[in-house]
Design a protein around this ligand. Structure first.
Ligand code: COA
Length: 162
């Protein structure tokens, strides 16, 4: 498995396909309700975000992870604090370490550009995803009531110092 930054525009359609497929097997609302690929592209163009892909031995994209500055308006703190917005592995390939490989590659890139803190968040009851981050060294950072779209959709936050 190879982990590298996506190429824009060449990879965009496949990234959309993998992300849509990965979330279609979760209880989350449709991905377009909570994620904008256009904004992702703009943030990447301004070096305010990065999207890493996992490529299998047949050169197919099998997973992606996207993270960005949490909030540039907060000056240095906003710049050094990033947040993972999307992590997605093809449903046929989950549980084989690809998500962890993507996280690793993302953190390696983030350290290189001096990011100090990486946050991740997910639905409050989503034990599988919470375990995924904990297994990779992320620690509980609290939760926010009704943070996400929809009713009773509170979010738990996880944090890793890089
Ligand atoms: C969450 C996700 C990115 C993890 O990627 P992955 O390649 O399955 O993760 P890894 O193989 O590196 O790690 C596996 C661990 O993650 C957890 N996990 C989370 N979702 C899982 C899934 N669908 N299948 C298997 N393990 C999953 C388990 O705790 C597992 O640990 P275990 O094997 O000791 O039980 C992937 O499962 C996925 O795309 N899920 C759907 C989309 C989603 O919910 N994304 C996260 C919110 S942005």
């Amino acid at each position: 498995m190879k982990y590298t930054k996506i190429t824009i525009p060449d990879d965009i359609n496949t990234v959309k396909e993998i992300a849509t497929l990965a979330f279609s097997s979760t209880p989350d609302s449709t991905i377009k309700d909570w994620f904008s690929f256009d904004v992702m592209e703009k943030n990447i163009a301004h070096s305010e975000g990065v999207c890493i892909k996992a490529i299998d031995e047949k050169n197919n994209i099998i997973g992606v992870i996207y993270a960005q500055q949490e909030n540039p308006i907060n000056g240095i703190e906003g710049i050094e604090k990033w947040v993972i917005i999307l992590s997605a592995v093809h449903p046929k390939a989950t549980g084989k370490g690809i998500g962890s490989g993507l996280l690793n590659a993302l953190e390696k890139y983030a350290r290189k550009i001096n990011i100090k803190k990486m946050f991740a968040f997910t639905n409050k009851g989503d034990t599988q995803v919470i375990n995924f981050y904990k297994k990779n060294g992320y620690k509980d950072a609290g939760w926010i009531k009704d943070y996400q779209y929809g009713k009773n959709n509170s979010a738990v936050f996880l944090l890793k110092y890089l």
